[in-house]
Design a protein around this ligand. Structure first.
Ligand SMILES: [Zn+2]
Length: 80
């Protein structure tokens, strides 16, 4: 089945406990969060998608059971 969009985002409703499937990466948005935050909490969103150039590797401690995850590049952390 062909993905609807090139990056084929699939939103999560829980903290993932295993690695994404091949060619997919775990991503979250720019909302500040703690390691315990669930996707959907206070505007925090997380999803898996095909890796694209607008993602940067993220070193926060969210989803510790996934080796590497990313966040969206180019969005300010705080809107003022
Ligand atoms: Zn992160």
């Amino acid at each position: 089945m062909k993905p609807k969009r090139p990056d084929d985002m699939r939103y999560l409703s829980a903290i993932p406990r295993k690695e994404p499937l091949a060619e997919r990466v775990l991503v979250h948005n720019h909302i500040q969060h703690t390691p315990e935050f669930l996707p959907g909490q206070n505007g925090f969103r997380a999803w898996t998608q095909i890796k694209t150039g607008d993602l940067v590797r993220c070193a926060c401690r969210w989803a510790p059971e996934v080796t590497v995850h990313y966040r969206v590049k180019g969005i300010p952390r705080k809107k003022r």
